[in-house]
Design a protein around this ligand. Structure first.
Ligand code: HEM
Length: 438
């Protein structure tokens, strides 16, 4: 037991403690990119800091990593064969750090740790992605639209019955994508709330510089999800169904295309990505549309604008704010030289506010031309597998919500979730109908 704690402590020290210390020192010295990483105030409004970063250059070093908030640079790096994901071979520790990493051991299979699709490059990445691409194709997503509309209608019936007040995140925005992905994967619906709780812990692990307490919580929740998942695989082996998890288990057991860790990692990533991301799109969208009644009125007058509005929400308030890439060999990218081994933090949320790409970027405009050119889903080989699904869910979910409750209004301040990579709300009190003056 004591040894487990020591190993966990080593893992925390290597992945978070050292970063927290180094970045904390730079934050004290007034370095804005360090504040973006550690200062909780940045969770509320990171956009001025992105503007500042963009003004300082296309690739800005803070002494630890390079940073960019330029759209062309972000896209070029994400698509460049000279860059790989952070968990890849070029991102692995050497020397004393490697020895410590061995001592720290593996811990549970986090969403961004190898062999996760998010942190592997080709050829393994290609092999994982091939197994699940078809289930998320445009055709498959189109086939899920009617069922998603039914789920939205059922949830809205529940809100109407319990009204007039609701928590839009708890009662709607989280449950809609959670129900869709649980049905797609063949995971039990009665576990949705439990998945959401474990998912919130897993989401923490995406941030660098976690506190010891948050790190412990995230490892505990990921382990619980992993234990549940391996138990569920046993059930699937006995009673396979027509769903994604059954197909993955088959790929593992029948023809050995996946190891046990790869199977578990892909299954957990799909579940967690399905639970933890689209909730932010729906929540951020509801907040933006209630704050901009003229934009909501434009959608009510012309519902054909909805798909563009979803892209504008993704651009304006991106649910995934950043990602990272490691330079694998000395390279020139978008005209800038980068050395092998450099880590670049790509501020997706900042690139989406780049005025060189989006004129008047701080204006929320559901009819904006070119809104869909955002990098909210990344770009290149790791482009979000669930992008089509998320956009469909966002469109169906937001449209159904405002069709049913056109006067939806805030009933108190919404609360931002504490995560930095994932940007959304964890509470949003609303009144479903307009209050009538006494
Ligand atoms: C609004 C909702 C969503 C947003 C903003 C989003 C964003 C992203 C981003 C930015 C990446 C790439 C990260 C990188 O390049 O390092 C990604 C990858 C991924 N997303 Fe999503 N995502 C969303 C919804 C979903 C959904 C619903 C699923 C499916 C269940 C999903 C599954 C995945 C998977 C499996 C990857 C890894 C792809 C790869 O590495 O090849 N996402 N997502």
């Amino acid at each position: 037991m004591a040894l487990t704690g020591v190993r966990r402590g080593i893992r925390w020290g290597l992945r978070h403690g050292l970063v927290k210390r180094a970045v904390g020192q730079r934050m004290k010295a007034g370095e804005p990119t360090a504040a973006l990483m550690l200062d909780p105030a940045m969770n509320i409004d990171p956009f001025p800091a992105y503007d500042d970063l963009r003004d300082r250059g296309r690739l800005v070093s803070n002494g630890i990593v390079l940073n960019t908030a330029h759209h062309d640079m972000a896209t070029a790096i994400l698509r460049s064969p000279d860059f790989g994901v952070v968990g890849g071979p070029s991102g692995r520790a050497a020397g004393v750090f490697a020895a410590l990493a061995r001592l720290g051991g593996h811990g549970p299979l986090g969403p961004a740790e190898p062999p996760s699709m998010l942190s592997t490059d080709a050829p393994d990445h290609t092999r994982y992605r091939k197994l699940v691409t078809r289930a998320f194709s445009a055709r498959a997503v189109a086939g899920l639209r009617t069922r998603t509309e039914e789920i939205a209608a059922e949830l809205l019936d529940g809100l109407a019955a319990a009204g007039p007040d609701a928590d839009l995140i708890d009662d709607y925005a989280s449950l809609l994508p959670a129900t869709v992905i649980a049905e797609m994967l063949g995971a039990p619906l009665e576990m949705r709330r439990q998945f959401l709780e474990w998912g919130a812990g897993a989401a923490l692990s995406l941030d660098a510089g976690l506190s010891w307490k948050d790190f412990q919580r995230s490892e505990r929740d990921i382990q619980a999800l992993q234990d549940w998942m391996t138990g569920h695989f046993e059930q699937i082996r006995r009673h396979p169904g027509d769903n994604i998890l059954s197909a993955l288990v088959h790929a593992h057991s029948a023809d050995g295309r996946l190891t046990e860790d790869e199977l578990t990692s892909i299954a957990m990533l799909l579940l967690a990505a399905g639970f933890e991301t689209t909730v932010n799109l729906i929540g951020n969208g509801a907040a933006l549309l209630t704050a901009h009644p003229d934009q909501l009125a434009a959608l009510q007058a012309d519902p054909s604008l909805w798909p563009n509005a979803v892209d504008e929400i993704l651009r304006f308030d991106s649910p995934v704010q950043r990602t990272g890439r490691m330079c694998q060999r000395d390279a020139v990218v978008a005209g800038e030289s980068v050395h092998a081994g450099s880590l670049v933090v790509i501020m997706l949320g900042g690139a989406n506010r780049d005025p060189a790409k989006f004129p008047e970027p701080d204006r929320f405009d559901v009819a904006r031309a070119g809104a869909g050119e955002h990098v909210a889903f990344s770009s290149g080989i790791h482009y979000c597998l669930g992008a089509g699904l998320a956009k469909m869910e966002g469109e169906v979910g937001l449209r159904a919500l405002f069709d049913r409750f056109p006067d939806l209004s805030p009933a108190g301040p919404p609360h931002r979730r504490p995560t930095r990579v994932l940007r959304g709300y964890d509470a949003m009190p609303v009144r479903l109908t307009a209050t009538v003056d006494a």
